[in-house]
Every structure is written in C-alpha cells, then in structure tokens.
Design a protein around this ligand. Structure first.
Ligand SMILES: Cc1ncc(COP(=O)(O)O)c(C=O)c1O
Length: 452
C-alpha cells in the first residue's frame, strides 16, 4: 500500500525549497520534526476538498476498513460532531427534527455536539448500571425501548468499547435498530484495532451505519489522528456532505504531521493482523496470570486491562500510585478501577515489568464498595440551553439546586456524571465528591443576570 502524503512531504523537505508560506518555523528544527510540518502548498491537497494525495490516502484507508473512511486530525471529538451533523441531515431528508437515543456513558464531545446542533437527546440506561462509565444496554432492552418510544429516534448512539473495556453486542443492536428504521452510530474511539483481530469486531463490520475511531488511541498514530467511517447506505444518503460535516467542526489548518501519521499507518496496517495475532496470546496469558494471582478483571476488550481494584484490597487510584512508583504510567484510575492499555507496540520489557509489578502488589482484605448508585439526573433545561447559558464556576458544596451548564467531567475519562441541563441534587453532589470533582460550572439564572 502506498503512502502518498508521506512521499510528497519527504520529497518537499528534501527539495530545500525556500518556504515563503506558513508555518512560521519555515522547516527549521525547533522540536525536530518541523521540516515535515507543511501547509496546503501546491500539490499537498486540502483535507476538506481532497482530490489529490489526501484523497488517495483516504482511499487506501477505505480499502483497509472496507467502507468509506475519512481522516480527522482533531480526534474522534471532531468525528462525533460530524456524525451528529450527518444524523441531523438524515432526519432533515425525512422532514423530521433530529432525535437521538444515546447510551448515557457518552463522551463529553457528544454533549458539545448535541448543544451545537440543538439535538434532542433521549438517554438510554441499562437495567443494571455498574458505573457511569458503562452502559451495558442489551439488544432486548433496546428493542423494548424502541417499541415503546412515542417517537422513533433518527439514530441510536452507543459508546463501544467504553472506557472500561466493555463491548456492546453491536451486531444484534444494529439488527434491532434497522428493524425499526433507526440508524446506529457508534463511538468506537477505543476500538480502531478491532478491525484487525482474527475475526473483526469493528462496528462497521457488525452493522453500524457510522462510526468514529481514534486511530491515535490504539494504533501507532500521532495524537489527534482519527477516522470517520460511513456504511454504504449512509454514504448513499449523505456521503456527499461528509467532508463538510468534518470541516464544520475542524480547523482550516489541519496538521500535516497527523495526516502523514494516518497515511503511514495504512502501510503498517496491512501487516498489523499478524502483529496482533502474535500479541493476543501474550495478553491472554497476562490476564490469566493476574486472575490466578487474585485480581478481578473487568470488560472484554482484548487490549484493555481493567482491574476492579476493591476486591483486591485497593482503590484504583492507589494501585495506579503503586505502579507509578515502579515506573509504570496507567491510562486511568478512579476509586474503583485501574485501566491499562496494552498494544502490539509494547516492548518485551514492558510486558515483563507490568506482570512483575502487578504481582509484587500483595492482595489485601477487600475495600468495602462505597460507590454511589447511578441515579439519572432530572433534566430541567435542554443541553443546548444549558451549554449556551451564562455560567459561573462554583465549589460543589455551593451548587445544590443549581443547573449544570458545562458537562462536569474528570478527564480522562471525560464522561459526564451529570449532563448539562440537569439539576444538581444531593446525590449528584455525593457522586462529585466520590470522583474527586471539586467545582461545577452552573447556569446563572436569567433574573440574576438581569439584576447584575
Ligand atoms: C469514548 C471516547 N469517545 C471519544 C473520545 C474523544 O476522542 P479524541 O480524543 O480522539 O478526540 C474519547 C477520548 O478519550 C473517548 O474516550
């Protein structure tokens, strides 16, 4: 597979052309990679009007993923906004106002997109919520929801895999959606690599209509590199607007370093299934060893190692601190979980060190589970009204009864505990305290604004 963007930029860097164009570093080495950092010069194509090297590279990515694939240089966040915009276009084609039914563990980018696009969001809750980070909705639960919904949503939106490594039953959920004439959009930010497993678990192969992958999260791609994927059906309906959808939410100066990274990944990915095949037994062996050692593991995503910490006698944050003392930096920890992201790129030394470090931590009597129950918040304003209101940042203990303006999240995982437009009650305050959130951005009531 060729790498047209990388080839072009390298040839340009070698040509010693006098750079009387942006960026201001002119190719001089400040960090070291500036010679490869260009802008839309002649021949370099243009991301949102691609018909040259970027179009060729995206065609390569499309061939790899087996569907139309477009690049984002601003992460899945940009793709999520584009997905919601495309869903709004689909609703418009049916003469409807867009409505979206979303798993409640949606990332903050979903909320900002819903606010910007004035989407009507109905939240989907699993029957037995485990954590605000997971929404284990079954196809049966979705079937029941869609059968009883007074108005069918334009799309169902799910996050799978979630931050803890839970994977939804996308195949059967897609079948339920399609039976009801509803689109399925998937936030697959954590699952680009699922395409390359011996049997693909990628949402586009399981029936999703549109989906985003943060290439940078699990593939060897620079931070910011992501894909937006469209099924053949969605491509026929709104494919012509897909570039515009990304352009609406993106910078007019997309990073050519990230574009090269996505381009180079295409070549790498042709050999990646073999690398994954060699890596998976190591993951399985590590997970088995840890189970035997007494750890409880959570989630089913192959390359994520999520430890349910309290049964082993620690909080997730304490385990993370202990690992840091042994020179290991985890992805995420909260009072309950420790998340480590494994990869085919991890060195032998990393595998050995991780296993030794975790086994060196002795089991202790379980920590009692004091996690607050997950209780849906009361929505008193739309997401858009709340997000676009005048707001103030206050300590949580002064927020009782106030309406949340900006999704209050720890980042990572950037999954809102309470959604903008919901009223902050005592339960929400105790959740914030549990997850270490000290301040909230709340709506300033209109009468207060008037009296100021
Ligand atoms: C589930 C989920 N969706 C979307 C995003 C946003 O992805 P990106 O950082 O590529 O913009 C994240 C980021 O952590 C995420 O965890």
């Amino acid at each position: 597979m060729d790498t047209p963007i990388c080839d072009f930029v390298r040839a340009y860097a070698r040509s010693d052309t006098h750079r009387l164009h942006m960026p201001g570093h002119k190719g001089a080495a400040f960090l070291g990679m500036e010679h490869l950092d260009i802008t839309e010069i002649q021949g370099a194509d243009s991301l949102y009007e691609a018909d040259g090297i970027i179009a060729q590279s995206e065609a390569n990515a499309s061939a790899l993923f087996g569907c139309r694939t477009l690049y984002s240089t601003e992460g899945s966040s940009q793709c999520i906004r584009a997905m919601l915009y495309l869903i709004a276009l689909c609703a418009g084609q049916q003469g409807k106002k867009p409505q979206i039914a979303a798993g409640r563990n949606a990332h903050k980018a979903f909320l900002t997109a819903a606010a910007l696009l004035d989407m009507d969001v109905r939240w989907l809750y699993p029957r037995n919520p485990v954590s605000y980070l997971s929404c284990d909705l079954t196809p049966e639960e979705l079937e029941e929801y869609l059968q009883n919904a007074p108005e069918k949503p334009t799309a169902v939106y799910l996050t799978s895999p979630d931050y803890l490594g839970r994977i939804a039953d996308i195949r059967n959920i897609a079948a339920v959606c399609h039976h009801h004439g509803v689109l399925l959009a998937v936030d697959n930010a954590h699952g680009a690599y699922l395409k390359f497993l011996p049997e693909s678990m990628h949402p586009m192969d399981l029936g999703a209509d549109l989906c985003c992958d943060s290439a940078h999260k699990t593939l060897p791609v620079l931070t910011g590199g992501a894909y937006l994927h469209l099924s053949a059906g969605l491509e026929a309906a709104v494919g012509a607007q897909a570039k515009n959808a990304l352009m609406l939410f993106g910078s007019t100066s997309p990073s050519y370093l990230i574009l090269q990274s996505l381009d180079a990944a295409n070549q790498y990915l042709t050999h990646y299934p073999e690398r994954l095949r060699q890596c998976l037994p190591k993951v399985d062996a590590l997970k088995e060893k840890l189970r035997q050692h007494g750890y409880s593991l959570y989630g089913s995503e192959p390359l994520k190692l999520t430890i349910d910490a309290k049964p082993y006698g620690y909080t997730g944050t304490r385990l993370a601190d202990l690992l840091r003392q042994m020179n290991i930096e985890p992805e995420f920890a909260d009072p309950d979980y420790l998340v480590l992201m494994l990869s085919a790129e991890a060195s032998e030394a990393t595998w050995t060190q991780l296993e030794q470090a975790l086994c060196r931590i002795p089991p202790q009597p379980p920590v009692p589970d004091a996690r607050p129950a997950f209780v849906p918040g009361a929505q008193v304003m739309t997401i858009r009204e709340a997000a676009l209101s005048c707001s103030e940042l206050l300590p949580v203990d002064r927020c009782l009864g106030r309406i949340l303006a900006v999704p209050t999240v720890g980042c990572p995982p950037a999954v809102p505990i309470l959604v903008c437009g919901e009223r902050i009650d005592r339960h929400a305050m105790s959740c914030f305290a549990y997850y270490g959130i000290d301040n909230c951005c709340v709506v300033i009531p209109a009468e207060t604004m008037r009296s100021r």
